[in-house]
Design a protein around this ligand. Sequence first.
Ligand SMILES: [Zn+2]
Length: 394
Amino acid sequence: MSGAIGRLRPPPSGPADRAQRAQAFVSAVSLEVSAKAMPALRAEAARMAQGATISIPYLPSEDDTARLAAARTVRELGFEPMPHLSARRIGSRAALEHFIDRAVIDAGVERCLVIAGDLSKPAGPFADSASIIESGVLERAGIKVVGVGGHPQGHPVMTSADRWRVLERKCQRIEARGMAPLVITQFAFDADVVLTWLNELRARGITHPVLVGIPGPASIARLVRYAAMCGVSASTSMLSRYGVSLGRLLGSAGPDVFVDRLVDGLTEAHGQVSPHLFPFGGIAQSMEWVEHYRMRAGDECLAQMSVQLVQTPDLPLRCPCCGHRTLDERGTFRICAVCFWEDDGQDDYDADVVRDGPNGCLSLTQGRANYKAFGASQMKDLPYVRLPFPHELP
Ligand SMILES: [Zn+2]
């Protein structure tokens, strides 16, 4: 007889397990928050998991002082600040050193994201993210994790082969310098494109954790505008795969479909993959979405588990004497391990009868009274009984 506890647990790949994975996936969410949005992050901080990574983008409209203040705020709120370093916008090596030193000392920054940046001509000595990695500034200051960009939807100038070669090389160089690489993808609207890219990433032996960029809930007009600003393809077919109803382009949309597809497609072979939300519609709206998605997954999980309970026809049957669920059949002379009553089919309807069967001169009523009094149906069987398991309780 298999224990009922095993049956209560959802099967490893069943729908309840999927709901659990969905819940765990969104619970590990990280967020991109610019310096000017720090008050909004502070207001929503209680809704985010402590220790969550908050990446701080390098906006031309914000200076190093603002970015450092933002990193300190993120740390103060109990999160992990990850400032972006935009190579081509950094004026000098001294400026990079100063920023990183202050970030590490004042805000306990341990991770940063290096990107080339959007200037066509570098403002200083750093032409690309590799030149920042190779500068030695990061590990010397105490940076432990270095994020590099991944591009599931392609790159405006590089071919696919070049892109992979560059990514592999950057990860190797970060490791060679004693730091841990982290891959952060540009946001995309099509989860299948991201899954295909993740398959190739892992097939190439790049096993580092990945943060998948996901557009947070926003008005469709805003989603399209941000996509254009960031050079992300947002064709109507891609938007429809994200869950945008093309009949109502004036409405808003959230990443439910995107995250559902990702959760369905991710396997253990994909390693550590977590969602990185770009809160285009505001931080409050994104956190609300995370809460709703998590609750929906939780409800699905419970619903699936109760369906399984209802569908389980072979729950162990109650022993007529002690009442515990110890019998897999009734009336077939099974001996209850909890009270040692031998089940010859006697039950409430003839409980007072002494059947002179396997239980000798004992009626079921007497057996029940004995069990209540000293824990076995008969005193002579007391050495053989055991306590009921939790799943056997009536
Ligand atoms: Zn029993």
